[in-house]
Design a protein around this ligand. Sequence first.
Ligand code: OGA
Ligand code: MN
Length: 267
Amino acid sequence: MAVAISGIDLNRPDPATHGALVDALHENLVLCVRGQSLTPVAFRDAMARFGTPVQRKQLAATPECAEVNIISSEDRDELGDGKKLVNGASWHTDDSFMREPCSLTMLYGVIVPSRGGDTQFVNMYAAYEALPAETRARIDGLKVIHRYQSSRQTNRVSQRPAEEMAAMPEATHPLVRTHPETGRKALYLNANRMEQVVGLERAESDALLDALIAHAIEPRFQYRHAWQRGDVVIWDNRCTMHKANADYPEDERRLMHRVIVAGTAPV
Ligand code: OGA
Ligand code: MN
C-alpha cells in the first residue's frame, strides 16, 4: 500500500498525468505527490480533478477558499472545553457518520514538524481478505449505525452548535462495502463513530466491532506516512482507515490544508 511520486507540479494539470495518478491511487490506496507549492485555491482546483470538493463545517476553512479546511496543531475545542483537539487521533475513515461519506481526502503539508506527526493508514481490502472465511460469511450482510458522537468513541470530537448537533445525520452502513470503482470488497469500520451493529445485542456488537478493529489495525496492514513539507497525500476512504499522531515537539507547528471530495452511499 501507498506510493510516493515526485517531479510533477499540481499547478500544471495534464490529462495523461492525471489518469496515471488516478490509477496509482486505485492500486495503492494512498498516493503522495511530493514537493508541491499550492495556494488554497490552486490546491482546491487540483483536487477538483479527482471529484467534487465539498465543505464541512466541523473544521475551520482558509479565508481564501471555503473548500480548503485547516488541520492544525493550534486546533482547540472552541465550543467545548477549549482544550487542544487532535482531529483524527484514533483509527477512522472520514465522514462515516454521513449518509454519503466523502470518497477521497487530500492533505497538503504546509508546515510539518521536524519529527513526529505521522499519519498512519491501514488497507481495508487486505484486512477483509485476511479474515477467516467463516468470519467473512458472518459479517457480509451486517450493517452498523455510525454517529458523529458515538458512545464508543475513542477520541474527543469538537463540540458543535446545538442546532447543528440536532441536524447531524446518523447513518447505517454495511460492515463490508464494495468499492464502486474497483469492485473489491473492504471492511468498513470507524473506531470513533461506530455505535452498534444492527440486530445484535450491545455486548455482542461491541465484541465483534472490537475484534474487527483489532484485526484491521495489525501492523501487517499498515503504512505510516512521515510528512515532508509540500507533500500532498490523497487517500481513498472507501478502502482505508487512518489516524493522526500528535507526538511532535510541543513548541513545533503542524499545519495541513485539507480537501475532501464527494462520495456515494456505501453499498
Ligand atoms: C483528516 C485526518 C490526519 C492527520 O484530515 O481527516 O484524519 O494526520 N488527518 O492530520
Ligand atoms: Mn480523518
